[in-house]
Design a protein around this ligand. Structure first.
Ligand SMILES: [Ca+2]
Ligand SMILES: [Ca+2]
Length: 282
């Protein structure tokens, strides 16, 4: 009798331990590696509030891929990241300044960052550089070097295209924030000084990344960057009122995007685990 009771108790303790660990916040390291647009820390806020993704801010004002290469090991690889957002291009394209990085070197640097992150076991997302508003930009820069490219934004567009090309070549996802800005009625309204976003611009930037995360990590309820039977179990238990998941966990499980975590979603989580449903399109 005593033995039976002890077994039941051990099982209950095991179950409690499992339930506790199952709903604990996953500890992943996600890094935002970039220039001043990243250093401002504003686009990251959307991912934190809407997806529960906390990013280590490794943005440095004025950085191009060339200057960032010197701090890449220390600021990114030494953190043993699970996920890295790489966000450069605006300063690389500043052809009239010392930080300018020629297009071919920009591509090589991006490829180097991506390869090194993948070798270190991290997932990578490339943020495509946002467009420039030429008029305010040219109050601080010489116009002549940009003329062969049709102006600063003409040259920046080549860097945006190059970043897309490197991401595609390396098979990593990219967040096309450049396209998101260009598709607004007037992207210049989303820029404060020709290069930096306004608060609304940062929100647009963050929402573009959020939309990509929703696709890439759909069904990853516990936020460990993979969809597993544990996510399925968590979603199902939530729907059966056996566990109460936080708002962001529910959002990560809301695969069909109808604003609620329901049986439809956990059925999709199961299908992702079984490999019969792919929400990524990659
Ligand atoms: Ca997961
Ligand atoms: Ca849903």
């Amino acid at each position: 009798m005593k033995k039976a009771l002890s077994l039941v108790l051990s099982f209950a303790i095991l179950l409690l331990t499992f339930c506790f660990s199952a709903v604990a916040e996953s500890e992943i390291t996600a890094v935002a590696f970039g220039d001043s647009i990243t250093a401002a820390g504003k686009w990251q806020k959307v991912l934190e509030s809407e997806w529960g993704l906390k990013l280590v801010n490794k943005g440095v004002g004025g950085d191009s891929t060339r200057s960032a290469r010197a701090r890449f090991q220390r600021d990114v690889l030494n953190l043993s990241p699970d996920l890295v957002f790489i966000s450069f291009g605006t300063n690389d394209a500043a052809i009239d300044m010392a930080k300018h990085t020629p297009l071919e070197e920009f591509k090589e640097n991006l490829a180097y960052f991506i390869d090194s992150c993948i070798d270190a076991g991290a997932r990578v997302i490339v943020n495509i550089p946002i467009p420039i508003d030429d008029a305010p930009y040219l109050t601080r820069h010489e116009a002549e070097p940009f003329e062969p490219y049709g102006g600063p934004n003409g040259l920046l567009s080549l860097y945006a295209e190059a970043a897309r090309g490197v991401a595609l070549e390396k098979g990593v996802p990219f967040a096309d924030v450049h396209k998101a800005f260009m598709q607004t009625e007037n992207y210049k309204k989303y820029l404060s000084d020709g290069v930096h976003p306004t608060d609304a611009g940062y929100k647009l930037y963050g929402n573009t990344l959020l939309s990509l995360c929703r696709t890439l990590f759909a069904g990853d309820v516990n936020g460990d960057l993979s969809v597993s039977p544990l996510d399925y179990m968590l979603a199902k238990r939530h729907c059966l009122n056996m566990v109460e998941l936080s708002a962001v966990w529910q959002k990560r499980g809301d695969i069909n995007g109808d604003g609620a975590l329901t049986a439809v979603d956990y059925a999709l989580v199961k299908r992702i685990c079984l490999g019969t449903y792919n929400p990524q399109g990659y």
